[in-house]
Design a protein around this ligand. Structure first.
Ligand code: ADP
Ligand code: ADP
Ligand code: MG
Length: 458
């Protein structure tokens, strides 16, 4: 970094991840430029940034998804880096390409790498070639007879997955042959309208598996390393609710295998930046499902157990510097858990609860971290996702982490909108969760159980 020009990064996102990126930039001595829509003029990230640029009206399509508006903001603010955060444009190859074409540096891998991993069907092939086991499945389906043949070979239940799906959307379970034709047709139509790409493929449904993902970092020199794993098995509708690092009960040999496989794939594709390789784990077997070519919502739990600032590493790597730690220096310390506090009502089928946050008292104390894009007086807008805050705890072991989580969630006070806080407190009482014995279907099975536990909102 030269003394004359301070690097300037445009943060092409909103909410807690925008705040997170601004913080990382400032700790490196960089300047950060925020963008905001009409709905976010007074938001937390706008006030924390060195400069803020209005990019359009509230609907994301006309602001946070508007590539031209964001590039103009970068240009007008004299930014030289663009950090995409997660969601929005973060996994759109054309965004990375346009950023580069404008003479700016995209904080993330190349457009080619985003493209090859963004198509999940293609990513499966790439993983296989790199010697990484994938879930048994098909290629992109050409017609109904091909789907029937593939499903017959895989055995039911199968999943129809959209090649361009993400955020838990674009996946459909097919329990029996009779449902297959309809399911494939509907999935193709839905994928086409939701993702602009109607390609779908089949995967065997791995019932009762755990979702375990590996955090990786790779620099421009091509050296790739891992920061161990996270268990994100507590999910509702394939969206994560609670995450934990390291994965409870993972055997040392499986940990070694799965992290080595993730690094192998990362190196094989010429990856640059921070990324996550997602797997399903069934007993001692693991299967690749996808790679997310961006920072992930649950990255803080990895930061807590490794002490590495992942967002600062992303910025350093984008600036051409090597990763600041070696593989040998990365060790695990204790246990971290994250609880997503969404403005949703768990008692009303998780219906969104937008509105003004009239009171917001985040917890603190030993081993407690709260990442949020909001302050009291702010608002949860109906246009965007409902993540209000992430309550992250760290302890020497699982028992201490869970005790701190219970204390932190008890202290957390949010008025004005209904949240998932009470649900998390109830989950923390569940023996299965306390023992680390949960699978990706555990939460929904619990919801369907005859005596639903208390999960009152607020
Ligand atoms: P993580 O794997 O980091 O937990 P999520 O799956 O929760 O990520 O996604 C993070 C954010 O990105 C969410 O707001 C989600 O809705 C959004 N998202 C991810 N992939 C897509 C996609 N393909 N299309 C639209 N939104 C997406
Ligand atoms: P997304 O891009 O939406 O994150 P993923 O492919 O990562 O999609 O899958 C999201 C979730 O769906 C996984 O975490 C898991 O719970 C479930 N899932 C995905 N593939 C399978 C499978 N083959 N068998 C069982 N569950 C699966
Ligand atoms: Mg995923």
């Amino acid at each position: 970094m030269s003394a004359t020009t301070t690097p300037r990064v445009l943060v092409a996102n909103r909410g807690e991840i925008a705040v997170r990126i601004i913080r990382a930039a400032h700790t490196l001595g960089w300047e950060a430029v925020a963008v905001y829509s009409d709905a976010d003029a007074e938001a937390r990230w706008v006030t924390l940034a060195d400069e803020a640029v209005h990019i359009g009206p509230a609907p994301a399509r006309r602001s946070y998804l508007d590539i031209d508006a964001i590039l103009q903001a970068a240009k007008d603010s004299g930014s030289t880096y663009v950090h995409p955060g997660y969601g929005f444009l973060s996994e759109r190859p054309e965004f990375a390409r346009r950023v580069s074409e404008a003479g700016l540096t995209f904080v993330g891998p190349s457009a080619e790498v985003i493209e090859s991993m963004g198509d999940k069907a293609l990513a499966r092939q790439t993983a296989e070639r790199a010697g990484v086991p994938v879930v048994p499945g098909s290629g992109v389906l050409e017609d109904a007879s091909q789907a029937r043949a593939a499903a017959e070979e895989l055995g039911f239940p199968v999943l129809v997955k959209a090649a361009s799906g993400g955020g838990g959307r674009g996946i459909r379970v097919v329990a029996s042959p009779a449902e297959l034709d309809d399911a494939v047709g509907t999935a193709q139509a839905e994928a086409s309208s939701a993702f602009g790409d109607g390609s779908v493929y089949l995967e065997r449904s791995i019932v009762g598996a755990r979702h375990i993902e590996v955090q990786v970092l790779a620099d421009a020199e091509g050296s790739a390393l891992h920061l161990f794993e996270r268990d994100c098995s507590v999910q509702r509708r394939r969206q994560k609710l609670v995450e934990e690092a390291p994965a409870p009960g993972l055997s040392p040999s499986l940990r070694e295998e799965i992290t080595t496989a993730a690094v192998r794939l990362t190196a094989a594709v010429g990856y640059r930046g921070a990324g996550t390789v997602e797997f399903l784990v069934e007993g001692e077997r693991f299967y690749f499902i996808e790679m997310n070519t961006r920072i992930q919502v649950e990255h803080p739990i990895t930061e807590m157990v490794t002490g590495v600032d992942l967002v600062a590493e992303q910025l350093r790597i984008a600036a051409g510097e090597p990763v600041s730690v070696t593989q040998e220096e990365i060790t695990l310390r204790g246990v971290a858990m994250e609880f997503r506090i969404n403005a949703e009502d768990p008692d009303q089928d998780f219906f969104p609860s937008p509105g003004e946050i009239t009171r917001f008292d985040p917890p603190n104390g030993p081993g407690v971290r709260v990442d949020s894009g909001f302050v009291a007086g702010g608002a949860i807008a109906p246009y965007y996702d409902s993540l209000l805050a992430k309550v992250i705890v760290h302890g020497r072991d699982r028992a201490e982490a869970m005790a701190r989580a219970t204390q932190a969630l008890t202290e957390l006070t949010v008025d004005g909108v209904t949240t998932t806080r009470g649900l998390h407190l109830a989950l923390l009482q569940e023996p299965d969760l306390r023992e680390g014995a949960v699978s990706t279907t555990w939460f929904e099975e619990r919801e369907q159980s005859p005596e639903p536990s208390e999960s009152s909102g607020t």
